[in-house]
Design a protein around this ligand. Structure first.
Ligand code: NAP
Length: 489
């Protein structure tokens, strides 16, 4: 079966393009998929535009759209094993992590189903004139380009697809070229749930040839993009000539601040998960550990011991605790950041070299790495390596912790660990980040907004704002008793 989904039909690439998808854990061929070209992108945009301008979906009552989202949630639940397996084969992540992700995808669809069902007829504005009916309504934002990364392929897709459908928009989805399979499966489920043709379209392929044309196309009204900062800047620039709405979920360089009065054992445990989960390929990874001076030695020793004990392995190895990096190129990039950090004066405490275990030789593995005695000007501290690399900086007091934590162009997430509630809340309120955890790291719920301050992004996903991203606001003014004004009489 071909893998591009355009105007309600599965189609092969018009120019015959194909791409091999290989599992990053061992290089085995997962499948060969169709790779879209310019003519496929054109057809997909046209289909989405027609479905928006002439199709039923944008005018379908919110209750029916909500019912479809609930049906999709049920279908994803039915297919959860196949989806999790597919996600693990494409990304190399542990099966259990993919299973968590798919459960989150179901929750995401249910959240937006509930929000969509609660949509009302708008806000009535009291003009003081009984002959005027004035109300502010929300309408679907138009044709959307949804562009997603490879680290949480279906989850990041769900954060966009569910609200886009709830709002009544139509879209063209372009997943990462490396991890297309769960997007293909999702399209099958949307069709099975009864979504009209042309509302959801899927094109597969590279960012430059498939993503970029979507961001430039004048028939696209909104681009919702999740990915790296450099690509985000390109997307924003490409969208500027046609003044598209742009929603950007970009990277992070997230501080994990530990005060000496924290529960040390728990904070060490979380510091490991914060940065090494999914081998650091998490936008909100706690990649910068800031430790109060007096706790530094003891804390870092414990983190290093924990990092050394993390076992690497493939998605179906029950003993593995984290998996490979996504590609050879990505591992090269992570290695280069570590080398640069050491050259700039960081002290390598563990990791820092590819594993020599022959069982891992065919995958893109890189071990949990801790760099101590780091300073804010090092590239490994400033820039997102997006790998299993923890940098450690010291601080003396609250002010210095906040200054270091905010000394970044990013503002996605951060955490504060302290036994002093007042201090923890004070520091949390001073962090310029879209999500701040106190005595915790990583949890999120679909009911709460997710997104970044500063160069971590524009707009929010999830929460009520995640639906509003896909809506336009219209003021409807109805004069119930029109008569000549006589202004120019
Ligand atoms: P990326 O390289 O920026 O790619 C993201 C998506 O954009 C991919 O589908 C990519 O296509 C596409 N793309 C590349 N160039 C493009 C262009 N010129 N125009 C339009 N689309 C283009 O990011 P990634 O490496 O896949 O993902 C990792 C990044 O995502 C990290 O920086 C991470 O922090 C960020 N992220 C952020 C969040 C968040 O919630 N803030 C969540 C997850 C990930 P290809 O298929 O060719 O790569």
């Amino acid at each position: 079966m071909p893998e591009l989904f355009i105007d309600g039909a599965w189609t092969a690439a018009r120019d015959g393009g194909v791409r091999e998808i290989r599992c990053p854990a061992d290089g085995t061929l997962v499948a060969t998929v169709d790779e879209a070209g310019a003519r496929d992108v054109e057809a997909a945009v046209l289909a989405a535009r027609n479905a928006f301008d002439r199709g039923p979906w944008p005018r379908t009552p919110a209750a029916e759209r909500a019912a479809l989202l609930s049906r999709v949630a049920g279908l994803i639940e039915r297919e959860k094993d196949a989806l999790a397996r597919s996600e693990s084969l494409d990304t190399g992540k542990r099966l259990v992590e993919s299973e968590y992700d798919i459960a989150d995808v179901v929750r995401c669809f249910r959240h937006f189903a509930a929000l969509t069902a609660a949509e009302d007829g708008g806000r009535v504005v009291d003009t003081g004139d009984p002959e005027i009916d004035s109300r502010v309504v929300r309408e679907p934002a138009g044709v959307c380009a949804l562009i997603t990364p490879w680290n949480y392929p279906l989850l990041q897709t769900a954060w966009k697809v569910a609200p886009a459908l709830g709002a009544g928009t139509t879209f063209v989805l372009k997943p990462s070229e490396l991890t297309p399979h769960t997007a293909i499966l999702l399209m099958r489920l949307l069709a099975e749930a009864g979504l009209p043709a042309g509302v959801a379209n899927l094109v597969l392929g590279a960012g430059v040839s498939v993503g970029a044309p979507l961001t430039e196309d004048p028939r696209v009204d909104l681009v919702s993009f999740t990915g790296g900062l450099a690509t985000g800047r390109r997307v924003m620039a490409a969208a500027a000539p046609t003044v598209k709405k742009v929603a950007l979920e970009l990277g992070g360089k997230n501080p994990n601040i530990v005060f000496a009065d924290a529960d040390v054992e728990t904070a060490v445990d979380y510091a490991l998960t914060a940065v090494f989960l999914h081998s650091g390929q998490v936008c909100s990874a706690g990649a910068r550990l800031l430790v109060q001076d007096e706790l530094h030695d003891r804390f870092v020793d414990a983190v290093v011991a924990g990092a050394r004990a993390i076992r690497l392995g493939g998605p179906f190895d029950p003993a593995a605790r984290t998996g490979p990096l996504i590609s050879a190129a990505h591992r090269d990039k992570v290695e280069a950041y570590v080398a640069a950090g050491i050259a700039e004066g960081a002290v390598l405490r563990c990791g820092g070299a590819r594993p020599d275990d022959p069982a891992l030789a065919d995958g893109f593995y890189y071990p949990p790495t801790v760099l101590d005695e780091c300073t804010p000007d090092m590239s490994v501290v400033e820039e997102e390596s997006f790998g299993p690399v923890l940098t450690v900086e010291r601080f003396r007091d609250e002010d210095e912790a906040v200054t270091l934590a905010n000394d970044t162009v990013y503002g996605l997430a951060g955490a504060v660990w302290s036994g002093d509630v007042g201090r923890a809340r004070r520091v949390a309120s001073r962090l310029r980040a879209g999500t701040v955890w106190i005595n915790d790291f990583h949890p999120y719920v679909p009911q709460a907004e997710w997104g970044g301050m500063k160069q971590s992004g524009i707009g929010r996903e999830l929460g009520p704002a995640g639906l509003a991203e896909y809506q336009e606001t219209k003021h409807l003014w109805h004069n119930l008793a029109p008569r000549p004004q006589g202004w120019f009489a």
